[in-house]
Design a protein around this ligand. Structure first.
Ligand SMILES: Cc1ncc(COP(=O)(O)O)c(C=O)c1O
Length: 367
């Protein structure tokens, strides 16, 4: 009898685990700090907390917690269908939009296939790709953003998926509609193009493109969105994808029957109806980005213009600065794993949180 644990395939053993931002509880425990004194600007969450309407919807749904959720998400899909002008059969709900990204790789990638993504793009693309034994093709960034012509040139007969994050996390870069559309038109129809719009609601309306409308023209286009960011529901894990109904059918075959819980569905339905919350979140974010940019400029630190609810700032020895901030109860995100060892990613918080962060940063930088 052997005592060795069963061996996973090499492509699983070689995966580097996704490292999430530290939680308030982690930091409070490790550093013996009062959780209330800690500022977390590390996971691009909405700092405003859920709206009263969303909290009421969650409480009402909690009363039915002994029941399985609606595995087809009928009510939420109906609401999204009305909002987006697509058939409910074109919508797949996910346990976060992360789930949609995973489902796309599960349905479309075989070992040895290729998926393309940009350098400094969201870390889940390589992870989900490699978890299928597929080959991740990272295309060098241009000015920290996606180099779409170069990504097009990387497409080979083995390419099954191309990922584009718009805006991208962690760089906050953004591709305008005309350039994006030309890129989508150039992608062979047998290649699935996953357009990740997790931060779409933070874009100013004039900057948004008709990505969901494009799905009717491009059966290989999958647009993913989330309720985690501007809608403020990160803890509940709910997102969705809009795609051709045949593609949706494939994702639905590989997803868990009850992948989205009932509280999340009820909360998302309430959040979707509350456009004032999203508008106020966008406005707060705009102010916060300006506050942080001004603070970085005052400290003489380069930062990247961002279209998301976070910003990259160049601090030099980022690991050291990160640790110093942490010791003062301010959590941000190191991005060395994104090939950006001199930068920190800071999520936009409430005004007072941004202010506290900037003050602690000044001290951490010896200014
Ligand atoms: C670009 C991007 N896509 C997708 C996600 C996944 O978010 P969620 O699973 O919470 O929808 C994130 C989360 O940070 C992200 O930054």
């Amino acid at each position: 009898m052997t005592t060795a644990a069963p061996a996973a395939p090499a492509y699983v053993r070689e995966l580097a685990r996704y490292i999430p931002g530290k939680s308030i509880e982690d930091v409070a425990r490790d550093l013996h700090l009062d959780p209330k004194s800690i500022v977390k600007l590390a996971s691009n969450e909405n700092p405003r907390g859920p709206s009263p309407g969303v909290l009421a919807a969650i409480a009402a749904a909690a009363a039915e917690a002994t029941r399985y959720p609606d595995g087809n998400g009928f009510a939420l899909k109906a609401a999204l269908s009305g909002r987006l002008g697509v058939d409910p059969a074109q919508i797949v709900l996910g346990n976060g939009s992360n789930d949609i990204l995973e489902l796309a790789t599960q349905a479309f990638l075989r070992p040895g296939d290729e998926a393309i993504y940009a350098q400094h793009a969201f870390a889940v693309y390589p992870l989900a790709t490699r978890a299928r034994g597929a080959i991740g093709v990272e295309v060098p960034a241009k000015n920290f953003g996606h180099d779409l012509p170069r990504m097009r040139a990387a497409v080979t007969p083995r390419t099954r998926i191309v990922f584009v994050a718009n805006p991208n996390n962690p760089t906050g870069t953004f591709v305008a509609a005309a350039e994006l559309l030309a890129f989508i038109e150039s992608i062979p129809p047998e290649v699935l193009l996953v357009l990740d719009e997790a931060y779409n609601e933070y874009l100013e309306p004039a900057d948004r493109c008709d990505s969901v409308g494009w799905v009717a023209r491009f059966p290989n286009l999958l647009v993913s969105r989330t309720f985690s960011k501007a809608h403020g529901l990160a803890a509940l894990r709910i997102g969705y994808g809009v795609m051709n109904a045949d593609v949706a059918d494939m994702l639905n075959r590989v997803r868990q029957p009850f992948n989205v819980n009932a509280l999340a569905q009820a909360a998302a339905l309430a959040a979707l109806a509350d456009s004032a919350y999203v508008d106020a979140s966008r406005a707060l974010n705009r102010t916060g980005l300006a506050q942080l940019a001004a603070g970085f400029a005052a400290l003489g630190l380069p930062s990247l213009p961002s279209h998301g609810n976070f910003v990259l700032v160049k601090v030099g020895d980022a690991d050291q600065v990160y640790q110093r901030l942490l010791a003062q109860g301010v959590i941000v995100r190191p991005v060395a794993n994104y090939g950006l060892p001199e930068w920190l990613r800071v999520s936009v918080g409430l005004g007072a949180e941004n202010e506290r962060f900037l003050a602690v940063l000044a001290t951490a930088m010896g200014r």
